[in-house]
Ligand binder design. Structure first.
Ligand SMILES: Nc1ncnc2c1ncn2[C@@H]1O[C@H](COP(=O)(O)OP(=O)(O)OP(=O)(O)O)[C@@H](O)[C@H]1O
Length: 270
């Protein structure tokens, strides 16, 4: 489990400010959901958490220590589009992450290490419901099965923090519901801190212990890229029953102002 501290984080690409003044903490073991309009910087934020991008200003600490400048095994990610390799079997795909982490140059493990990686992969694939298709190739799997494989790949490196970037967005509702249950089980069993980006508020309010929204509060009509998004809403759902979660979602939706109203308020402020 890991506590994440976001301290006055900014992300700029040249003159474009994507994120600004992000300042919040995520407690160990939280299931934190991140929502916000398209293009507001949600994926960029995950990339900062993964150290795939440098932070322009500010810092991110995990358990009080500034995050490493390069991606590390303590942080895993699952993307929306299946990030599996078509030429490898299910078992080969699952083992690949461990092989690349433990044999950086050759990408292959041998002997006892390979046996241990195979056992670990077989175990986790059984856990995500793919134990019966270890020798299948991704093209032989449904979208939901491919996404289970991507989850298994991420979990095999035993991340303390798991990032989900619209990971379930392409799935049909019944498959999505199954993967939600699986995700909640895995999150509870493994005590991970989960950070999930989604556009689906039902999903966010049913899975999360907390829902955070990014959005722009400062705008310059002459320079649309001058200001970035920041944290605009933060709802704690810990301990809520399903009924209370529905009420929290309804209240969130009631409080969501239409873009035109936000723009009017904004113009008044500028
Ligand atoms: N390498 C880059 N150089 C310049 N601008 C970038 C770069 N990467 C992302 N951006 C810009 O950062 C902004 C935020 O993009 P990002 O993908 O993080 O948004 P998002 O909230 O995840 O969007 P969506 O919900 O549509 O996935 C976009 O305007 C994008 O064009």
């Amino acid at each position: 489990m890991s506590q994440i501290s976001i301290k006055n984080v900014w992300k700029e690409y040249g003159d474009v400010t994507v994120l600004e003044r992000l300042d919040f903490e995520i407690q160990s073991g939280e299931f934190c959901v991140l929502v916000g309009p398209s293009g507001c910087g949600k994926t960029t934020f995950l990339r900062l958490l993964l150290s795939m991008e440098p932070i322009t200003r500010g810092e991110i600490l995990i358990d009080g220590v500034r995050i490493a400048s390069e991606p590390a095994r303590d942080r895993g990610i699952v993307f929306q589009r299946y990030s599996v390799f078509p030429h490898l079997t299910v078992l080969g795909n699952a083992m690949l992450g461990v092989e690349l982490a433990e044999a950086k140059f050759s990408g292959h493990l041998f002997g006892g290490k390979r046996g241990r990686a195979r056992n670990a992969a077989t175990e986790i694939l059984g856990r995500v419901g793919l134990g019966h298709v270890l020798n299948h190739y991704p093209a032989q799997l449904s979208g939901g099965m491919q996404q289970r494989l991507a989850i298994a790949q991420a979990l095999l490196c035993q991340p303390k923090i798991l990032l989900l970037d619209e990971a379930f967005g392409a799935l049909d509702p019944p498959t999505k519901a199954q993967i939600h249950s699986l995700m909640l089980e895995l999150w509870k069993d493994r005590g991970m801190t989960v950070f999930m980006v989604t556009h689906d508020l039902d999903e966010g309010f049913s899975l999360g212990t907390r829902v955070i929204e990014f959005g722009k509060v400062r705008r310059d009509p002459q320079a649309p890229d001058a200001f970035g998004a920041t944290l605009v809403r933060d709802v704690d759902l810990r301990g809520q029953t399903d009924k209370e979660r529905h009420q929290s979602l309804a209240s969130w939706e009631r409080n969501t102002k239409s873009p035109s109203v936000v723009d009017m308020l904004q113009r008044g402020r500028n």
